[in-house]
Design a protein around this ligand. Structure first.
Ligand code: HEM
Length: 480
């Protein structure tokens, strides 16, 4: 009897020792040098719950501010089951962005995009960027995309004005999907276009979560939504190919290469690539645009100045008897609008903009960052009072006279930096400017209860509706 008791006691002690050892190892990860200070939180959960607390989108998360006060600009933590280094030091962020090429994403995102995704895979990464630049770079936007965005924004805005209200996020999302779908697939059957747009409603918002692919979780719904979208895309492509119908510019480039023998991208990979662009574009721009509209709506002086700028552009076109369509020159002349967009990108950059998996050991001062850790670089510099006076104030005029064509500098990096710098930056700015152009020509206001929050990604829990109606004074310029 005593022997059984002793055996159980020994097993239990062993389990306790093992558990303590495991917890000790969790709290004190291995490193060849001194790790940045910080805490790893509870086993597996780490500090995820504190990190994911909802906060005002134009203020840096309390979690990061608190840690910076306690540990300085470089600290360690654990999020979503992974080991993470957070940096608010612009020098460190730029160095990692410049020298490290591995995209930092939790397993849930990796599962969504796939290891062989053109942007994720290091061998195809450059090709994916150059392909994207062909239609989303300035030249592609200038030659072709601007007309589509202009027409779609104008049409959706008119429809909103007729109904008296417009959902900014939803409208922006529709414009992106319609615009990209046309660029990729060419004209689509209305049924397929409808199904593609519908896929977004199945796509869960809360994708940046723990990676367990179990029914009922965000990761599970996300993979299901992806499969559904891929199916629609594939069916449309194969049907178009079989009927010999014309594709959009992007697939023409891809299939042109294939027919020419280069065969660099298979149909599956091409679909995966398009899916990636759809997801990223749709998860970023509508939220930032809605936040921008909220910031404008809260600042009547900004709203007034925008109205003056855009009515001026329309008046100029009427006087010169030019066509109503916006031209690249019109876009470039929207100086104040560019100041508004830049300021909005600065102030809403309250999430990390340099995300990498550390590929080799780095030494920063006394600290060693081991390979394999996730790196999150926050653009803390956007809120540095030495660089921006009253940094928490939305003040587009602070950009007066500055070069606004620059997408990255030592004091401004909403689109990241280095080899993974956002390839959609010019497309976003164009879309936002044209949207603001058309909206400014109506009488509009955003509901006061609208709040713009962040839980890693931007969210508007009470919606992003604006009340919109024709401005009687401007009715004469309808059609422009
Ligand atoms: C306001 C909207 C947007 C913001 C704030 C934004 C921001 C970013 C950031 C911070 C990165 C990571 C850079 C890094 O790790 O250094 C990124 C990468 C990327 N973005 Fe955007 N983005 C936006 C819209 C778009 C759009 C509309 C598209 C495509 C149509 C797009 C496509 C991409 C792609 C493909 C990457 C990965 C690039 C690579 O790995 O080489 N983004 N974006």
């Amino acid at each position: 009897m005593v022997e059984v008791y002793e055996l159980w006691a020994a097993i239990l002690s062993l389990i306790v020792v093992k558990l303590c050892h495991w917890i000790y190892q969790w709290r004190n990860p291995k490193s060849n040098g001194k790790l940045p200070p910080g805490s790893m939180g509870f086993p597996i959960i780490g500090e995820t719950f504190e990190f994911m607390k909802l906060h005002d989108a134009i203020h840096l998360p309390a979690f990061v501010k608190k840690k910076v006060l306690r540990h300085g600009p470089l600290f360690r933590t654990s999020l979503f089951g992974g080991k993470v280094i957070i940096s608010t030091d612009i020098g460190v962020n730029m160095e990692i962005a410049k020298t490290n090429n591995i995209p930092g994403m939790p397993k849930s995102l990796k599962r969504l995009f796939g290891e062989n995704n053109l942007f994720v895979n290091l061998e195809t990464h450059k090709h994916a960027r150059s392909l994207t630049n062909q239609f989303l770079g300035s030249q592609g936007l200038k030659l072709r995309m601007i007309q589509d965005i202009d027409l779609l924004s104008r049409t959706h805005m008119e429809e909103g004005a007729r109904n008296g209200s417009l959902d900014i996020k939803e409208t922006s999302s529709k414009i992106i999907v319609e615009c990209l779908a046309k660029k990729v697939l060419g004209d689509m059957e209305p049924e397929a276009a409808k199904e593609l747009t519908l896929c977004w409603t199945y796509f869960p918002r809360e994708w940046f979560r723990f990676s367990w692919n179990v029914p009922g979780t965000g990761a599970y719904r996300m993979v299901k939504a992806k499969n559904r979208m891929m199916k629609v895309l594939k069916e449309t492509i194969l049907k178009k190919r079989a009927l010999g119908e014309e594709f959009g510019e992007v697939f023409k480039i891809i299939f042109g290469e294939m027919d020419g023998g280069a065969d660099t991208i298979s149909v599956e990979k091409a679909i995966d690539y398009i899916f990636t662009l759809f997801v990223i574009a749709n998860e970023t721009t509508p939220g930032v645009l809605a936040a921008t509209i909220k910031l404008i709506s809260n600042n009547p002086k900004v709203m007034q100045e925008l109205k003056r700028e855009h009515e001026g552009i329309v008046r100029g076109k009427i006087e010169k008897e030019e066509k109503a369509d916006l031209t690249w020159e019109d876009y470039k002349s929207m100086t104040f609008t560019h100041m508004v967009i830049t300021e909005s990108l600065r102030i809403t950059s309250t999430a990390p903009t340099v995300l990498r998996i550390i590929d080799r050991e780095y030494q920063f001062g006394d600290y060693t960052i081991p390979a394999g850790w996730i790196f999150m670089g926050y653009p803390y510099v956007h809120f540095n009072p030495e660089k921006y006076e009253d940094p928490s104030v939305f003040n587009p005029w602070r950009w007066k006279g500055k070069d606004l064509s620059v997408n990255v500098s030592k004091t401004f990096l909403p689109f990241g930096s280095g080899s993974r710098l956002c390839v959609g930056a010019e497309f976003v700015k164009l879309q936002m400017a044209i949207f603001i152009h058309h909206l400014s020509r109506y009488r509009w206001s955003m509901k006061t209860e609208t709040t713009v929050l962040r839980r890693f990604i931007l969210m508007l829990p009470s919606g992003s509706d604006v009340q919109i109606s024709y401005d009687t004074e401007e009715d004469s310029s309808v059609g422009y």
